[in-house]
Design a protein around this ligand. Structure first.
Ligand code: TYD
Length: 153
């Protein structure tokens, strides 16, 4: 489902009992110009959380799978700034796959979801806006532990 960020404002999801259906594709604005486009991501307008970190994956070899972990608290907005890739989310019960292939769409991930990222196209750039700075303690890297953590919450 694609919805406007304006409907998400003030509703940032920070839930241990999140489901894959809380993940949302957010359409980002485009400033069109005959010499190219600009998409700006403003914290108070396009992102339903305060941005503490920006990072990006690039030079990902073909056939590589990234992610393979869950986050307890981290919220993210993930954009295919270039190229395309698939993000498969898992909430302990249900899996849901999104194909990201346009730089003016971001996938909002609430906390408490497992993610696998694969099918990277050549030259793909996975741009991530994150609600927290890097903290290894926020990761759950074993799927079985993640499933148990979800069941306890
Ligand atoms: P990880 O988040 O597991 O990568 P991915 O989900 O893309 O496969 O991180 C891989 C390594 O990079 C890990 O050792 C921690 C390091 N890292 C940082 O130092 N800072 C960061 O902001 C991120 C995202 C990762």
């Amino acid at each position: 489902m694609i919805i406007s960020i304006h409907r998400k404002l003030g509703q940032a999801i920070k839930m241990k009992n999140s489901t894959v259906f809380d993940a949302t594709l957010i359409e980002l604005p485009i400033v069109h110009n005959k010499s190219g486009n600009i998409t700006a991501v403003n914290q108070s307008q396009e992102v339903p959380f305060a941005i503490k970190r920006v990072y990006y994956l690039y030079d990902v070899p073909g056939g590589t799978s990234r992610g393979g972990h869950g986050h307890k608290e981290l919220q993210q907005l993930i954009v295919a700034a270039s190229g395309s890739f698939d993000i498969t989310l898992f909430d302990g019960k249900v899996k849901r796959t999104f194909n990201l292939n346009r730089p003016n769409f971001g996938l909002y991930l609430p906390s408490g979801l497992w993610r696998d990222i694969d099918n990277f196209s050549s030259g793909a750039i996975c741009l991530v806006l994150a609600s927290h700075e890097y903290d290894e303690k926020d990761y759950i890297r074993e799927e079985e532990i993640f499933i148990n953590w979800k069941m306890l919450n």
